[in-house]
Design a protein around this ligand. Structure first.
Ligand code: NAI
Ligand SMILES: O=C(O)C1=N[C@H](C(=O)O)C[C@H](O)C1
Length: 252
């Protein structure tokens, strides 16, 4: 039998962390060596010989956690939001000094969401207009969601590459926020509603037609196949991978 992957979870008592602990515990090829919360020392990761750490914490904590992992040669699978361009650049630099170590930062582990974002980027150049609506549970602390942010970036890049002009919009006066946040020129609207988990619609429009690409996560188990795929793959992909699509064969 091949050796078990030693996996640690950070943020183990949170919504995602709880589901990840259960999924890793149930995986036949993984051993859960640590399930850590906010007040636990990261030294435990080294003491327990973790091969992979899964970070499901908060935007304020994730960067220090991942840097610690990389500095100690531990691969990291990161679901936490808050990785802006400056943080990513710093991490790239650190990874260059630790060339054997892999980090996956995945704004969304749900395979359907990864596909929805991929399809949206493909559709982006064919429509005059595009807007994104993301809808989440009201305990979410960041807006817009990491998924919406990345979707908007990819859609905007595809439109720019194809030379698509800005979407038509005659708005002259607006109440602050009425047209959403602008991410690379794409309007992103954030809804927080009791009863929801994680949902997103990408709305495309042209003369006489509309296309909506919608994905729904109805529970946190929906993210777990992607988390496990990340844990199994990250050690074979040194350096930084942004998005679970980097581990999938979506063009094939
Ligand atoms: N990539 C994906 O598919 C998904 C990503 N997320 C993201 O994952 C993050 C966590 O989401 P939830 O589980 O809903 O949040 P949550 O608030 O339920 O859990 C976060 C947990 O992290 C703990 N924590 C904070 N700092 C820590 C530290 N330094 N070390 C260890 N634990 C620490 C908190 O005490 C809390 O228990 C958010 O950024 C969220 O946007 C959420 C769902 C899916
Ligand atoms: O906080 C959440 O719940 C989620 N966060 C991620 C995000 O910000 O995109 C992924 C998913 O939308 C659920």
């Amino acid at each position: 039998m091949s050796e078990m992957l030693k996996v640690a979870v950070l943020g183990a008592k949170g919504r995602m962390g709880t589901a990840a602990v259960a999924a890793i515990d149930a995986a036949p090829d993984m051993e859960l060596v640590a399930a850590l919360g906010r007040s636990d020392s990261l030294d435990i990761l080294v003491e327990r010989g973790a091969d992979v750490v899964v970070d499901l914490t908060v935007p304020d904590s994730t960067e220090a956690n991942v840097r610690f992992a990389v500095e100690h040669g531990i691969h990291a699978v990161v679901g936490t939001t808050g990785w802006d361009a400056a943080r990513l650049a710093g991490l790239q630099e650190l990874l260059a000094a630790h060339p054997g170590t892999g980090v996956l930062i995945a704004p969304n582990f749900a395979l359907g969401s990864v596909l929805a974002t991929h399809f949206a980027a493909k559709a982006a150049k064919y429509f005059d207009s595009v807007e994104i609506i993301e809808l989440h549970h009201p305990r979410k602390i960041d807006a817009p969601s990491g998924t919406a942010f990345r979707t908007a970036q990819l859609v905007a890049a595809a439109r720019a590459e194809a030379g698509v002009p800005a979407a038509p919009d005659a708005t002259e006066t607006e109440l602050d926020g009425a047209r959403g946040a602008s991410v690379d020129g794409i309007p992103v609207h954030s809804v927080r509603l009791a009863g929801l988990v994680a949902h997103q619609e990408v709305l495309f429009g042209s003369h006489g037609e509309a296309l909506t690409i919608r994905h729904d996560s109805f529970n946190h188990e929906s993210f777990m196949p992607g988390v496990l795929l990340g844990v199994r793959t990250v050690g074979t992909r040194p350096g930084l991978t942004l998005g679970l699509d980097g581990y999938l064969d979506l063009e094939g």
